[in-house]
Design a binder for this molecule. Structure first.
Ligand code: ATP
Ligand code: MN
Ligand code: MN
Length: 309
């Protein structure tokens, strides 16, 4: 803890200069698997994980799933800054009328927690540049009843395709049912691509996989097309589309966290439920498997050409 930021009195907590109301409020009720998790614990988690989370969310528009009364209460998917928003949050101008919520530092992240923000969903854009994609997300959505080992196999197949194209794939759990394979791309003037190109790239790679194994993969959004398959959700890659941030908690019963993994971890037997708000503090002491995420960015333009896009 930072000196001078100890609880002022029972039930009062100040973190990164943000006064936390109701730190004892239960946000994740206890389940068979884990004890209840309070707002104070969420705040402590954000404080601990800020250094890892911020490079992936700072200065982009970020939608927040808020659950001020906890995950069993009403939840909101909030895109825009509200009147009276904490001054530590910044506004991000996009072409649309209303500015989006933005976070630029640990104080902003804590302010999100103070507002009951449980999930962070940034755009895939470069910092302060909503019109330029800087990553491609392959969201693997298994049909109900599929084994997680099938998702693992699919993620490894995406990895092979991406590496064949000379790009560097990273992988994370979602805190939910699937996995995300995320590919950093250059956003500088000499290499930047448009959102439509980013989405077309994600779609084409997904189609290559579906054509190679149509019994296993679908690229059709409709749930009824899923029938025992994995939906390769390339739609996370359009302008204004979002994906859950690495290390974001999820407003779901088991308090899962969208947790970055190293590829060697992605093997049969991997249990995505092992990554939760309770296990995260110990896991965060290990080396960051996404340490070289930005260093792995490549120019997507020649790849688009290779694919005939
Ligand atoms: P899973 O592994 O369970 O599929 P996920 O994060 O990939 O987890 P969802 O929570 O179903 O999947 O969300 C898919 C994407 O849609 C999220 O990444 C999020 O950014 C976006 N999203 C989620 N809720 C909403 C909403 N209410 N409105 C708009 N977009 C949303
Ligand atoms: Mn998904
Ligand atoms: Mn999806």
């Amino acid at each position: 803890a930072i000196p001078g930021e100890k609880p002022k009195k029972p039930g009062k907590l100040v973190v990164a200069g943000v006064t936390i109301s109701n730190p004892d409020k239960i946000l994740w009720p206890a389940t068979d698997d884990h004890p209840a998790i309070t707002k104070g614990e969420l705040i402590r988690y954000y404080e601990l994980a800020a250094e890892r989370i911020l490079p992936h969310v700072a200065d982009r528009p970020v939608s927040i799933i808020r659950a001020p009364e906890g995950i069993t209460g009403e939840t909101f998917f909030q895109r825009h800054a509200m009147p009276g928003s904490n001054p530590r949050l910044k506004l991000i101008d996009v072409k649309e009328r209303k500015p989006y919520v933005g976070i630029s530092d640990a104080g902003g992240l804590i302010a999100i927690g103070q507002a009951g923000g449980l999930e962070l969903h940034p755009w895939g854009c470069a910092p302060d540049d909503p019109e330029t994609p800087e990553q491609v997300t392959f969201d693997l959505d298994p049909d109900e009843g599929l084994d997680f080992n099938d998702v693992i196999a699919a993620a490894k197949m995406v990895k092979v395709q991406i590496e064949k194209l000379g790009l560097h794939p990273f992988v994370k759990t979602t805190g939910g049912k699937g996995l995300h394979v995320v590919v950093p791309i250059r956003a500088d003037k000499a290499a930047r691509v448009e959102w439509d190109q980013c989405k077309a790239f994600a779609k084409e790679v997904s189609e290559i996989m579906r054509r190679a194994d149509p019994d296993r993969f679908t690229t059709t959004l409709a749930k009824k097309a899923r029938g025992g398959k994995i939906f390769l959700d390339y739609l996370r890659n359009g302008r204004m589309a979002t994906a859950v941030a690495p290390w974001s908690p999820r407003a779901r019963p088991a308090a899962g966290v969208a947790f970055p993994l190293s590829w060697p971890q992605v093997k049969p037997g991997l249990d995505p439920k092992a990554f939760t708000l309770l296990t995260a503090p110990a896991l965060l002491k290990k080396p960051d498997p996404w340490k070289d995420f930005r260093a792995g960015e490549e120019n997507l333009r020649p790849v688009l050409k290779t694919l005939g896009l």
